[in-house]
Design a protein around this ligand. Structure first.
Ligand SMILES: CCCCC/C=C\CCC/C=C/CC(=O)SCCNC(=O)CCNC(=O)[C@H](O)C(C)(C)COP(=O)(O)OP(=O)(O)OC[C@H]1O[C@@H](n2cnc3c(N)ncnc32)[C@H](O)[C@@H]1OP(=O)(O)O
Length: 253
């Protein structure tokens, strides 16, 4: 993770080649970095983007979920939950500068921010069902809160990956920006949020989001148990094995 501060704005650049997949170690690093910025009194905003060309993040590292060690799998999921709690509940203003593809966990990271700008000709969405897995309730709450129930239900069922244009049309992202302007526009959008007194913006954000974060807090252990029980099922392991094979075939084909 490349993290630096530009005045009162923290910039986090995901930099885990080849595709910024989020494994246990990287999620832990991500959480530590965001918590550090959150606790820095001089930091009013955070921009999350990718240091890699063409990929914002490929989402959760599928290899963590394929033929897993159960203890590690539990730790992995605890870090995924924590990342969402940290980002969705963040008191600083957050902008996702999506400069590449953003499937599944990559999409969730961006949906957890306050504002999303995206470069053209990429794809974004919660494609979990295409892997034969199911987005948990807090993933689905987050997309529903962004694009509304009907569109979210349809997109979740299909595991639909939106083009940048489609994402803009349904409100999954807020603005389409050429890649060379994405950081400049992220700073402009940040300034708009800074024009509102921090405490008023923060209380409003809490009013909108707290109930959803509280819901996960109340069910956190059960959510981890569900995840581990679900992922370790033979049928789910088979489906994930097939998906991994299809990724490799697509590469060679
Ligand atoms: C009922 C109760 C329910 C309880 C809860 C249950 C379940 C929980 C749900 C868990 C949620 C999971 C969310 C996720 O994030 S799952 C991950 C989904 N991600 C994807 O599907 C992305 C797949 N990848 C791609 O589409 C493409 O790789 C790409 C990101 C568009 C990039 O394409 P390209 O540039 O062409 O690169 P390659 O495809 O060649 O990939 C390079 C390299 O990286 C490997 N790889 C890609 N993505 C991942 C990944 N997410 N994890 C691990 N590895 C990945 C790919 O296989 C290549 O590897 P090799 O070089 O070794 O071949």
């Amino acid at each position: 993770m490349l993290t630096f501060k530009e005045s009162c704005i923290g910039v986090m650049k995901l930099s885990k080649p080849p595709v910024n997949s989020l494994n246990l170690e990287y999620l832990t690093e991500f959480n530590i970095a965001i918590e550090k910025l959150e606790n820095d009194k001089s930091c009013r905003g955070v921009i999350i983007t990718s240091a890699l060309p063409k990929i914002f993040s490929a989402g959760l590292d599928i290899l963590e979920m394929y033929q897993p060690n159960t203890d590690r799998l539990r730790q992995f999921w605890t870090q995924v939950q924590q990342l969402w709690i940290n980002l969705y509940g963040s008191q600083v203003a957050t902008v996702a500068a999506i400069n590449g593809h953003a499937p599944a966990g990559g999409c969730l990271v961006s949906l957890s921010c306050d504002y999303r700008i995206m470069a053209p000709n990429y794809t974004i969405g919660l494609n979990e069902t295409q892997l034969g897995i199911v987005a948990p309730f807090w993933f689905s709450d987050t997309i529903t809160n962004t694009i509304g129930f009907r569109k979210a239900e349809r997109a979740l069922q299909l595991g639909y990956m939106f083009t940048t244009d489609e994402a803009k049309a349904c409100g999954l992202i807020d603005k389409i920006v050429p890649p060379d302007q994405i950081m400049a526009v992220a700073h402009e959008e940040m300034k708009k949020m800074f024009a509102v007194p921090d405490f008023a913006r923060q209380i409003t954000k809490n009013q909108c989001r707290k109930q959803f974060i509280d819901k996960l807090h109340a069910k956190r252990d059960a959510d981890t148990d569900n995840f581990v029980n679900f992922i370790t099922k033979d049928s789910i392991q088979k489906a994930m094995g097939k998906y991994l094979e299809s990724l490799k075939k697509r590469k060679s084909g």
